[in-house]
Ligand binder design. Structure first.
Ligand code: DQA
Length: 143
């Protein structure tokens, strides 16, 4: 079974980006962790990152058309992208929203997620482990 792990803006800069908030591990480390967890769970995991809203929306369309489960960290788009929300609403396979930090423990503008209501569920605040937990949730759903 295939799973897409999709990442929004600035996540390619993990490791150098605000390490006090997001940790010292790089995006490549994150991608490796996701692929490794996938191997353990019998999932074929493909990890992507973009800073471009249009590209992220097109990846959600692709997942909707192929009914591929998704682990999505929408990054800052979480808080204001209705385009992303509308794309997510079109799919039927599970989609788990993930965050490295706990947005609810941070600035006020991060307390709103415009995608949460159309996701299957949300995992936030466990560092890169959030992705691992999301992959396990998808494996357990067996879809
Ligand atoms: C984030 C939280 C968002 O508020 C922020 O804009 C990000 C990363 C996280 O993984 O903790 O870019 O999605």
């Amino acid at each position: 079974r295939q799973v897409l792990v999709l990442n929004g803006p600035n996540l390619g800069r993990l490791g150098s980006r605000e390490p006090d908030v997001y940790g010292a591990q790089t995006f490549d480390d994150l991608a490796g962790l996701c692929r490794e967890t996938g191997r353990e769970l019998g999932l074929s995991v493909e990890v992507r990152q973009t800073d471009d809203e249009a590209e992220l929306v097109s990846w959600i369309h692709e997942a909707a058309d192929s009914r591929t489960p998704v682990v999505l960290n929408p990054a800052a788009f979480t808080h204001y992208s209705y385009a992303l929300r509308d794309a997510i609403a079109q799919r039927t396979a599970p989609l788990v929203e993930v965050h490295i930090s706990n947005p609810n423990a941070r600035e006020e503008f991060r307390h709103t997620s415009v995608v949460a209501a159309v996701a299957t569920g949300t995992i936030a605040g466990f560092g890169m482990r959030s992705y691992e937990l999301a992959l396990r949730a998808i494996a357990d759903m067996g879809e």
